[in-house]
Design a binder for this molecule. Structure first.
Ligand code: PAF
Length: 282
């Protein structure tokens, strides 16, 4: 695995591979890598002959008062995990490589950014869309892999690629969970032991919602009420939202049908966690 920070070196390595007819896979990350990220690297390996992973804690996707400064950083650990996972190139850009001095361009994807994370974290998705567009321009991958855990971000990236005619295949990796069901997240390290136990309510409530749909429930309001009540029964959980949305537009559905996502966001103490269930209902 080679590690590069400069744009020139990145372009040189990727151009060399491309010149040999290789297919370039890309996994953008903010580091503090866990098994969920590594599963995305593995998936990229299946879709490409070379895999580039970026680690960049993107300041523009954090709001004022959010955890940018204390976001977990572990470059040495990340680098070792990526080398073992079969990453070919680790890209570690400086902020002024992503945002060249004088840069004023911001990318806003309207539809799927509305509501949910877009409402709870104003400016977040503009930061995500801008950095993803910049990273795509730098790496120029054939295929890029994103996790289904950030389901709204995934819908946004798909819309960005479609609307800007970027010739990049987007592949989604399923959520990877701890043994007790908690979705893996770099932010899980913030949880105290009691919060950590309480946080499993998210997966349990989503599993119950999935079972209700499989048993024939098609009314999103009734489903969300039950899900919210189950989360409210956990004293350490503070639900921010739960809904049933269409997977591609991230708009709430009136009847549960087609490919839907049930996104939930909740706070446990000062830690905000996301989870979701994705299912196809015929
Ligand atoms: O999902 C993430 O880790 C980030 O939002 C991403 C896609 C790497 C952009 O900074």
């Amino acid at each position: 695995m080679i590690t590069v920070a400069a744009e020139r070196e990145l372009r040189h390595a990727v151009a060399k591979w491309r010149g040999r007819g290789e297919r370039i896979g890309f996994v953008p990350t903010m580091g503090a890598l866990h098994a969920g990220h590594l599963s995305l690297v593995e998936l990229a390996r299946k879709h490409a002959s070379r895999v580039v992973v970026s680690v960049f804690v993107n300041p523009t996707q954090f709001g004022p008062g959010e955890d940018f400064a204390r976001y977990p950083r572990d470059l040495e650990g990340d680098s070792a995990k990526l080398a073992a996972a079969g990453c070919d190139l680790l890209f570690l850009p400086e902020a002024d490589t992503i945002y060249p001095p004088g840069s004023t361009t911001r990318v806003r994807v309207e539809g799927p950014s509305r509501g949910f994370e877009g409402e709870c974290r104003p400016g977040h998705f503009e930061g995500v869309a801008t950095v993803v567009a910049a990273l795509f321009g730098l790496v120029r991958p054939d295929v890029a892999v994103f996790g289904e855990k950030d389901a709204q971000q995934l819908a946004l990236v798909r819309a960005l690629v479609r609307d800007l005619h970027l010739a990049i295949e987007i592949v989604a990796g399923p959520i990877v969970r701890e043994e007790d069901g908690l979705a893996m997240s770099s932010r899980n390290v913030y949880l105290g032991p009691q919060e950590r136990r309480a946080a499993t309510v998210l997966q349990r409530s989503l599993a119950a919602a999935r079972a209700a749909i499989e048993a024939g429930e098609r009314d999103p309001a009734r489903l969300v009420d039950r899900l919210a009540a189950q989360i409210a029964a956990e004293p350490l959980a503070h639900l921010e939202y739960a809904a049933v949305v269409a997977a591609d537009t991230f708009r709430p559905v009136e009847r549960i049908a087609g490919e839907v996502v049930i996104p939930v966001a909740a706070r446990f103490g000062s830690t905000r966690l996301l989870d979701n269930a994705r299912l196809r209902v015929d």
